[in-house]
Ligand binder design. Structure first.
Ligand SMILES: Cc1cc2nc3c(=O)[nH]c(=O)nc-3n(C[C@H](O)[C@H](O)[C@H](O)COP(=O)(O)OP(=O)(O)OC[C@H]3O[C@@H](n4cnc5c(N)ncnc54)[C@H](O)[C@@H]3O)c2cc1C
Length: 332
């Protein structure tokens, strides 16, 4: 048995103070990931600090047309259905609605979604002795094991786990900015720098320090994002994590692509923005042929590990399909 103290943070400063008090303190959002990990014995906190009563659940316009502020405690279902999100960032609404189930989305918070942990079987189950993410130095069982859901991009010889979030793939495409509050105050982290690749230190997922409370995500104004789309490919039509997903946005002018965004889920340790694909698209015509060239560029360095080899071709085809859907181009 692990004795745990439970407290409710009165304000953000109290939450960060509690975090500083012990490295084994965990903040409790919706609890849909943390409590599962505690039941499995993967997370063993000694303090749980409930942050769900903090006034951080609003979704509102930023001043001067700068975009939208999403409070870290906004629930996934509220965010998905919010008129500002549906109208300006359809890819974000679609990504949220593609995740989990309605009950889970009603509980899950924006901050918790950002910090949810990998669904790698070997990480999730302490009965497996080898997992560098759970037990540094123990090895990576997925490399030679059953690795159907694992990474094909950005992986290391230490870890081939993937980031499981749908919401984060859309945020990566939309250049979101994460706001965190630590002992020294609040600061901003560009989305691309928020999550990390495993490298030689798989245990750490985000780049920011443990002592930080997520307070908000700022979604910069992006007129091009009105034409955006999320495509998720999975084993079941609902209630399943992505094998591969694509967040895509395209803006065209005079028959050529002016702005392009392509981000992938289910393929890497972090939401994977494909600048290679975007570079191929900008200035090109929105044709199936050009979408295929962009998909090839995105997958140039992809590598499978036997059971997930299929993901390379699946990702390629998903990129073409997502770009076809968002542009209204026939791609088959
Ligand atoms: C059966 C099942 C299916 C699912 N399917 C999908 C899916 O298809 N797609 C998908 O994207 N997700 C899926 N999920 C995952 C789900 O989206 C996450 O569990 C959820 O988003 C986590 O949010 P939460 O608020 O419950 O986080 P919690 O479980 O409360 O917390 C997760 C982590 O974030 C930390 N945390 C929480 N809030 C803050 C904060 N404000 N500041 C700092 N740290 C914080 C916690 O300490 C913890 O480490 C699924 C989950 C389950 C159980």
């Amino acid at each position: 048995m692990n004795p745990i103290t439970y407290t409710r943070a009165a304000d953000p400063a109290a939450a960060t103070q509690e975090l500083s008090a012990s490295p084994k303190t965990r903040l409790l959002g919706g609890g849909t990931n943390l409590l599962d990990l505690m039941k499995m014995g993967v997370e063993t906190p000694d303090r749980l600090v409930d942050v769900t009563r903090l006034d951080l659940a609003k979704v509102e316009e930023l001043p001067d047309g700068k975009g939208v502020r999403i409070g870290a405690l906004a629930r996934n279902s509220d965010l998905a259905e919010h008129p500002l999100i549906k109208e300006r960032y359809p890819v974000l609404s679609e990504a949220l609605l593609a995740g989990a189930s309605p009950q889970l989305r009603n509980m899950a918070t924006t901050g918790g979604n950002l910090l949810q942990r990998t669904r790698c079987y070997y990480f999730y189950d302490p009965a497996f002795a080898q997992c560098n993410k759970r037990q540094p130095g123990s090895g990576c069982a997925a490399l030679e094991g059953y690795n159907r859901i694992h990474a094909i991009l950005g992986q290391s010889s230490e870890c081939i786990a993937t980031h499981p979030s749908d919401m984060c793939v859309a945020m990566a495409a939309l250049d979101a900015v994460v706001r965190v509050q630590g002992p020294k105050g609040e600061r901003e982290i560009p989305f691309a720098e928020f999550h990390r690749l495993p490298g030689d230190h798989p245990p750490t997922d985000p780049t920011h320090h443990h002592h930080h409370l997520l307070t908000a995500v700022h979604q910069p104004a992006a007129p091009w994002a009105k034409k955006s789309h999320y495509l998720k490919v999975r084993d079941r039509a609902s209630y399943a994590f992505a094998l591969v997903s694509v967040a895509a946005a395209l803006e065209t002018e005079g028959g050529k692509i002016k702005t392009a965004r392509v981000a992938l889920g289910g393929v890497a340790h972090k939401p994977w923005r494909s600048h290679e694909a975007e570079e191929k698209l900008v200035g090109a015509e929105p044709t199936a042929e050009n979408f295929k060239l962009a998909a090839d560029a995105a997958m140039k360095h992809a590598k499978g590990y036997k059971y997930n080899d299929f993901k390379v071709e699946l990702a390629r085809r998903s990129i073409v399909r997502a770009l076809g859907n968002v542009s209204g181009t026939q791609v088959v």
